[in-house]
Design a protein around this ligand. Structure first.
Ligand code: ATP
Length: 239
């Protein structure tokens, strides 16, 4: 039990009609790790996250969470196993208030720390506290992103699937969001992070996989990949 990775994905194939968007991808996330998937637009990153959370069917392959076959479980049961997906575009409930969004994210928890976590989210994001009785759909893009990350914190997931958390945010907010991502990780959640901002992703992650047209082209320790010539040229602007 103890030696297996938290998440183990083997030979994953995912298709849209006849397009093979993900082609034989294998990777793992260990408990407590931040792992990032980096790749150009259309490389298949979001498709992988959707397949993991059960939003897309898998054509072939295996997905195991702590040794349990996730492909046997529908999306809502994967949530109960501790898999939380923060999709691109944020996925908050626009017709619920900020407070309701946060409470709903903790709905399946049976521990006594929900109120404490709520206070922590409000401490991290004072703007959410000020707007706690506002509808989700009245928030700005940056505030919605904070709410999505706050929801992730409230869920106390074992495995957090984060899709482009920095998208559309000011540099200041991006820093704030990444600080919270680190904090969620320190609380014990493993994180699979999809990011366009390769620089930031490689800074925060322990390991990385580089995805090119649905296949893994490179993988390794994030600190090493930051200096890999192929990564420097293709994703870090040659810097
Ligand atoms: P991005 O950063 O642009 O979201 P990505 O790496 O997340 O890129 P995906 O969104 O997973 O890439 O897309 C992978 C491939 O699948 C692309 O060729 C894309 O055009 C295609 N694709 C994605 N969603 C659909 C869909 N709903 N129907 C058909 N093809 C799709």
């Amino acid at each position: 039990m103890t030696d297996q990775p938290l998440l183990e994905v083997s030979d994953l194939w995912v298709s849209y009609d006849r397009i093979n968007a993900v082609r034989g991808v294998s990777f793992a996330v260990e408990a407590g790790e931040i792992v990032t998937l980096i790749g150009a637009n259309g490389a298949g990153k979001s498709t992988i996250l959707r397949a993991l959370s059960g939003l897309l069917p898998v054509a072939r392959g295996r997905i195991f969470l702590s040794g349990e076959d996730l492909l046997q479980l529908p999306a809502h049961l994967r949530v109960l196993r501790g898999v939380a997906h923060v999709p691109e575009g944020r996925g908050i409930f626009g017709n619920l208030t900020v407070l309701e969004n946060l409470r709903l994210a903790a709905y399946v928890r049976r521990d006594g720390q929900v109120q404490g976590d709520l206070e922590e989210v409000f401490q991290l994001f004072p703007r959410l506290k000020e707007r706690r009785h506002q509808w989700g759909n009245t928030l700005s893009g940056g505030e919605q992103q904070m709410l999505a990350v706050g929801r992730a914190l409230m869920s106390r997931a074992n495995l957090l699937l984060l899709d482009e958390p920095s998208m559309g945010l000011s540099p200041l907010l991006v820093r704030e969001i990444f600080r919270v991502i680190r904090r969620i990780n320190r609380q014990g959640a493993a994180i699979l992070l999809v990011e366009q901002n390769a620089n930031l992703a490689l800074e925060v992650a322990h390991r990385a996989y580089i995805l090119e047209t649905g296949e893994i082209a490179l993988s390794g320790a994030a600190a090493e990949l930051r200096h890999h010539p192929q990564v420097l040229e293709a994703y870090l602007g040659g810097s």
